[in-house]
Design a binder for this molecule. Structure first.
Ligand SMILES: CCCCCCCCCCCCCCCC(=O)SCCNC(=O)CCNC(=O)[C@H](O)C(C)(C)COP(=O)(O)OP(=O)(O)OC[C@H]1O[C@@H](n2cnc3c(N)ncnc32)[C@H](O)[C@@H]1OP(=O)(O)O
Length: 183
């Protein structure tokens, strides 16, 4: 088992999450599962269609998952023209999608399946079309089925300025959750 970083040692930790995305007193320290997200993902088929990371999602973000170091998960994507909001800049909703994917990935490192319950985003700087966006995310606590997660997106390199910060609550669900209704 690998422990995730403490809040104090998390590199580039965003400012305080809101009360709704802060682990409550008594929340457990996250324990990353051996094999992490790969183990949880192995129980599900069809992720190649994911709008965030799927290789089959033609207009998706094609987020490329990287590694995990000290409990911090990294991934990145390149902003394409079809991701544009204001002329020349990435749409805020696209960036929220990228944060959802990164934070979700950090939750899945716990070795269970999670869906987004709440996602908060702070936009600090515009992200131009063509930019490589470097994402990092880590879990800050676990309370029952709830995993509290934070993350950030940087441009101009993995240690460039922070463009987006996010915090969220992901809820653990059983495999049956992913069976489409009516199928
Ligand atoms: C090296 C790396 C390799 C590769 C690495 C790849 C990784 C790749 C990972 C994929 C990453 C995907 C990232 C995208 C993730 C989506 O986009 S998921 C899609 C969007 N989200 C959804 O569709 C969820 C829709 N909502 C639901 O299905 C249901 O409301 C839920 C969330 C399952 C909860 O319903 P429920 O099971 O009936 O649970 P319920 O009893 O209501 O609540 C359970 C607990 O959660 C809390 N809760 C419920 N809803 C909320 C909420 N909205 N906010 C806060 N708390 C909540 C409740 O208060 C309760 O807390 P307690 O009372 O236990 O303290």
């Amino acid at each position: 088992m690998t422990s995730s970083p403490s809040a104090a040692s998390s590199p580039g930790r965003p400012g305080p999450a809101s009360p709704r995305t802060t682990p409550p007193p008594g929340a457990a320290t996250p324990e990353l599962a051996e094999g992490g997200a790969v183990v949880a993902l192995a129980s599900l088929a069809g992720f190649e269609g994911c709008f965030g990371c799927g290789t089959d999602a033609e207009n998706g973000l094609r987020i490329r998952h990287g590694g995990v170091v000290d409990g911090v998960m990294t991934c990145e994507f390149t902003v394409r023209k079809e991701h544009q909001g204001a002329p020349g800049f990435c749409h805020g909703g696209v960036l929220a999608t990228a944060m959802d994917e990164a934070l979700g990935g950090a939750a899945w490192l716990l070795g269970n399946r999670y869906v987004t319950g709440r996602l908060e985003t702070d936009y600090l700087a515009p992200v131009p079309v063509g930019a490589d966006v470097h994402l990092r995310a880590w879990c800050t606590g676990v309370d029952g089925r709830k995993a509290f997660v934070e993350g950030e997106a940087r441009t101009g390199g993995p240690d460039g300025p922070v463009a987006v910060r996010a915090a969220g609550v992901f809820i653990e669900v059983p495999q049956e959750h992913f069976v489409p209704q009516g199928s």
